[in-house]
Design a protein around this ligand. Structure first.
Ligand SMILES: *Cc1c(COP(=O)(O)O)cnc(C)c1O
Length: 429
């Protein structure tokens, strides 16, 4: 695309590393766990990203979830363009915030009020504060391998980038900050007591690869919470409005007390949201004593994009999304099987994972063994060389979008077949 040598991935990464820690603004992007130089994206459209060297990738990162309609969907672009022309932040309420909250509550049974934030991290952090505020209890239960953003009290045994760094948590988080956080293994209903304010769970764990909840796990959490008066929080930052109209709560038929959202509902703009019944949400300022705020919260660009995305997510969209994911799952599984590569491609609706093991992991210990067995980096680079971008780390999910057509799925499967036989025989084979 450019003969300007300053615009190679290599050159940009070098410059980036001088002025940005690790060259990136979120650790996974640095390619540390797969090795090599990250590609710097110049632009993206539908299922494709294009790097600064003009190379095209079929993209399954999709910004780790926000790209459910693919990149730069015309309806989203137009909505954002029009919103930008009207001003980008006012510090006063807007019509679109109301429409956004109404649309979310209409889709999710039991969700009566929402508050918008600027990220999933903020959403979960605020929701936990609210849960502690309304219950008057201190303890938070989370599950190993579940990622709930990078707020202090939830940054223990997180998945995603925390896991890739091989960290149990993070330096800089005091013992006090996590003293009231209990970590339990995923897919096992923990013993709760009456100090527990809230049990936080990813209803489908999508930050340790993809780990599905076993039958009865989510209902077991519901029952255990009810028995001690604890609140159940579904972190639906990935699953919300993605699995189906009503997200994981509808998909699994289990209703939490508090929901957290993000990713999909911003169409690629910075956003998050948390919500619950009117009773619980009334604990929040200005109605109640739990403080939470944001200069840019509910900002007009994010709500314009979010409304455009939700407008595209009709029943037909969910059917198409799932059939695309199913075709990719089948294609990848048969590509690995033909090449003699042991792999499993777990799928929940439109969400996929990939582990180079016999059986799909059920918890973080199993996921970690699978993710760290050395098979993922050669797969990742083989695919990238063939123009297919999976996430640069084995702990991330695969995100097919509405923009991926049969042609992209076929090309992806062909690339996987070639990569798999290369993994089996070596590059010369
Ligand atoms: C991405 C993610 C978050 C954090 O959202 P950010 O917008 O990155 O702060 C929280 N929970 C889950 C389940 C996520 O996948």
């Amino acid at each position: 695309m450019s003969s300007d040598q300053s615009l190679t991935n290599e050159a940009l990464f070098e410059r980036a590393q001088r002025v940005i820690p690790g060259g990136v603004n979120s650790p996974v992007r640095a390619f540390r766990s797969v090795g090599g130089t990250p590609y710097f994206v110049a632009e993206a459209s539908g299922p494709f990203t294009y790097d600064v060297e003009g190379r095209r990738y079929i993209d399954y990162v999709q910004s780790y979830g926000p790209g459910i309609c693919g990149h730069a969907h015309p309806a989203v672009v137009e909505a954002v363009r029009r919103a930008a022309g009207r001003g980008t932040s006012y510090g006063a309420p807007t019509r679109d915030e109301v429409l956004m909250a109404e649309e979310m509550c209409a889709r999710v049974a039991g969700l009566e009020m929402v508050r918008l934030t600027n990220s999933g991290t903020e959403a979960v952090m605020s929701a936990v504060r609210l849960a502690r505020g309304v219950t008057g209890r201190p303890t938070v239960v989370k599950f190993a391998g579940c990622y709930h953003g990078h707020s202090d009290s939830l940054l223990v045994a997180g998945g995603s980038g925390v896991a890739q760094q091989g960290l149990a948590g993070s330096e800089g988080v005091t013992a006090g900050a996590v003293a009231d956080t209990i970590v339990a293994p995923y897919n096992v209903v923990p013993e709760l007591d009456e100090t527990v304010a809230v049990v936080c769970v990813e209803p489908v764990a999508a930050n340790m690869g993809l780990v599905a909840p076993e039958p009865g796990f989510l209902q077991g959490l519901r029952d255990a919470c009810d028995a001690v008066g604890a609140l159940l929080l579904f972190d639906e930052v990935i699953t919300g409005f993605r699995l189906c109209r009503g997200g994981a709560a509808e998909w699994f038929g289990v209703r939490p007390d508090i929901w957290c959202f993000g990713k999909v509902i911003g169409g690629g703009l910075p956003v998050g949201a948390f919500g619950a019944s009117t009773e619980i949400m009334s604990g929040l300022a200005p109605l109640g004593g739990v403080y939470q705020a944001g200069t840019l919260s509910g900002n007009p660009l994010a709500t314009a994009a979010g409304l455009a995305v939700l407008g595209l997510l009709d029943d037909d969209a969910y059917v198409r999304l799932e059939s695309t994911a199913a075709a990719l799952q089948e294609g990848l599984e048969s590509a690995f099987a033909s090449a003699g590569v042991t792999a499993v491609v777990p799928r929940v609706g439109p969400l996929l994972g990939l582990f180079f093991t016999e059986d799909a992991p059920r918890d973080f210990d199993e996921a970690r063994k699978a993710a760290d067995n050395g098979r993922y980096p050669p797969f990742f680079h083989g695919m990238l060389r063939r123009g297919v971008a999976f996430a640069p780390g084995a702990y991330e999910a695969i995100f097919p979008s509405l923009a991926h057509t049969d042609a992209e799925i076929e090309a992806t499967v062909a690339a996987a077949a070639a990569t798999a036989s290369e993994m089996e025989r070596g590059p010369e084979g």
